[in-house]
Design a binder for this molecule. Sequence first.
Ligand code: PHE
Length: 457
Amino acid sequence: MGLQQKGMHGTWASRWTFIMAATGSAVGLGNMWKFPYVAGNNGGGAFVLAYLACILLIGVPVMMAEVTIGRRGRQSPINSVRELVAESGANSAWRNLGWLGVLAGMLIISFYAVIAGWALDYIFAMASGELRGANGDAASAVFGNLLADPIRLIGWQTFFMILCVGVVVGGVKKGLGIAVEILMPLLFVMLFVLLGFSIFRGNFQAGWDFLFSFNLDALTGRGLLEAMGQAFFTLSIGMGAIMAYGAYMPQNANIGKTILTVAFFDSMVAIISGLVIFPIVFATPGLEPSAGPGLMFISLPVAFGSMPGGLLIGSAFFVLVTIAAWSSAISLLEPAVAWLIEAKNMTRVQANLLIAGGTWVLGLGSVFSFNIWSEATVAGFTFFDFLDFLTSNVMLPLSGLLIAIFVGYVMKEQFVDDEMQGTPPVVMQLWRFTLRYIAPIAISAVFVMGIYDKFFS
Ligand code: PHE
């Protein structure tokens, strides 16, 4: 890999485009679909507090480290890591860090496209009127019918992958850059409209209390691990996406400030999504906050179906979810696509077809987890549950741990300082301290506790 290949994919038009792109990557199904139901499963308040703590104490510093690697390497994650390993004279085993991230990204996109497909289906299910006046049972039946139909699921999964490829073949400036600059502001506007709806039509007080009453007793070791996994997942860290986007970041943009902005937007969307969903859940008889992955797909349609004009708002809500998923999924394709272009001399189109095709096939396993293979479980996991657990709760923490150690100890301090120019010395010290001590200890401790809790207690 020669130096002439550095920066071959281009850079974002401005720091703002990077912020939109990184926010687009971060804000996705993790915020709108997963955060509310995982918080619901873990009893609300205390989980939310642990989640926010993980974002601030571990997520932000690790995300900054990941962007630092990307921007210094200016290539796909695999090659950026490889080059930084050489530059600092580190052991070549560190190269695996790049591969780990890209592999996690491929696994995630395989099931991500399936869930995004549910949202696509619901744009039309809501608009069709079949959910008008539906109660909890009727809405569960509609959702159950969707899950039971592999052909329909595959159709939507395929459509979603085509949407993603459509953007990623356009490249950094014309594809990804333009897409996020349109999609992100649209998403924020729609989210606030829905929040207004929830404030006026839902039980806002109950939803608020559920999210913010911090009852620490409710939090288990497993819950803590899920909070940390969720923090990694939602910030898109540990899987090369943010590293790849960092490689396209203009040289003069300040990494610390930029990443704080992104983390702020991301947490805000998660909390607001909770404040959209829970007040509606609490205002609707028969709905439980702990409904699991179906929370958004069962509770919201019941609520929307019973309100005047609700079907239209409901349909708009699922457009919003689709947009959020779309701008995230493109960042999952990009790292592997960029690598194939660099290392295998493929064109952008060829690379996209190969990666999208491969992950599409893998995604079939997740599709079947909800129907013909739903009984095929190992240790209680379906194929989908297994991928979800393996990526969020094992691969991402591991990758985050390694990123912290790599930037904290392995990279020469001078190189890190070069990328962080303009950062006040106190912030630098605090950040290094976190990468060297807090993040590795916290990630390891939470990981061990969570795994023990899940499998041995
Ligand atoms: N952060 C995205 C979400 O919360 C998921 C994602 C993970 C996107 C990894 C890109 C990379 O939905």
